[in-house]
Design a protein around this ligand. Sequence first.
Ligand code: PAD
Ligand code: ZN
Length: 367
Amino acid sequence: MPKAAIATAVGSPLEIVDVDVADPKAGEIRIQMGASGVCHSDLSVVNGVLPIALPAVLGHEGAGTITQLGEGVDNLSIGDHVVVSWVPQCGVCFHCERDEGELCEVGSMASMSGGLLDMTSRVSRDGVPVSVMAASGTFAEEAIIPAIGAVKIDASIPLTAGALIGCGVLTGFGAAVNTASIRKGDTVVVIGCGGVGLNVIQGAKHAGAERIIAVDMVDGKLATAKKFGATDIVNPSTDGDAVAKVMELTGRGADVAFEVIGLGATIEQALQMTRRGGQAVIVGVPSFDTMLSINPAMDLLVNEKQIRGCWYGSSNVHRDVPMLAGLYSSGNLMLDELMSAQISLDGVNDAMANMGSGEIARSVIVF
Ligand code: PAD
Ligand code: ZN
């Protein structure tokens, strides 16, 4: 029986248990998980910030090897290495046709349901169904996922690197390259320099940003941010108010400010740090009852600022995963540097507890 890390109640540590994983239905595949990153969104389920039906196998940043094909899957083969997409993308719905794959109608419903495309999960424990996070559930030795949620990568790419692409990189890099409108020479601010924020930084650099101001409360995170391309660093716990500091550094504010934490206060800061005519991009996931205090007349009208959300880096995974894997292969995407610790499935609770540490960018479970 495969082992999986499941959340049973909000506020309780994940339990490592044996689970049953049924055969893939039509249009699904079984994968043997090779690696899974530990993302803040997993911790947000444990904290109750992200509501999903429990018990549930957590994990949504994974890559593995296909071991079984459900009926009708003819574009993938047993033995293929695949990155798991936590929004399965059908390619033909209203949103996919408009290059908004991250909003795929079929995949979004599944992603929120705790199950797969038919809203049911293939995982159970002692006969009781167990949900899977985001149509994936990558904290498990085996998973059944929709075939449209799998993207083949070259076997030369380590599955650890593939896993990181699956959430943190697609989201962060995509926030800079797809969601935001960064122009060559722009000044950007990235508030929150964890696993996702570091990828916003490397994406912003790739998009041609000249000045990248990293904001974080932990010096170790800021030191890593510099390695990923930050040109300036601000630690509000020692440098004082982050908005004032960014204004002092930039004169008029940033062309684009990204919030990559998930707090109302820092989202408001991102908007305040944005220059007239600039853009604030929300990447961090706040609790669902968070409300903002913004001044529509001044900020949105007179100063013509834009505020927009970023779901999954506005990524078309079938296009962007191979593109990112290619950048990694050619030495133009830092993935090995992102993986600060390789752990076993048993270490997942410690990894979540250590997420705030300055030494950790991303912990990766290796199966
Ligand atoms: P992380 O815990 O690795 O990083 C968060 C960073 O924020 C850490 O470096 C903290 O030190 C820093 N931080 C916390 N509070 C403050 C503060 N008040 N001021 C400045 N810095 C602070 O998380 P992550 O990078 O894995 O995820 C970041 C967020 O992105 C989180 O909310 C997660 O749920 C969200 C996310 N969104 C999507 C999406 O599609 N939009 C996808 C994946 C993750
Ligand atoms: Zn994630």
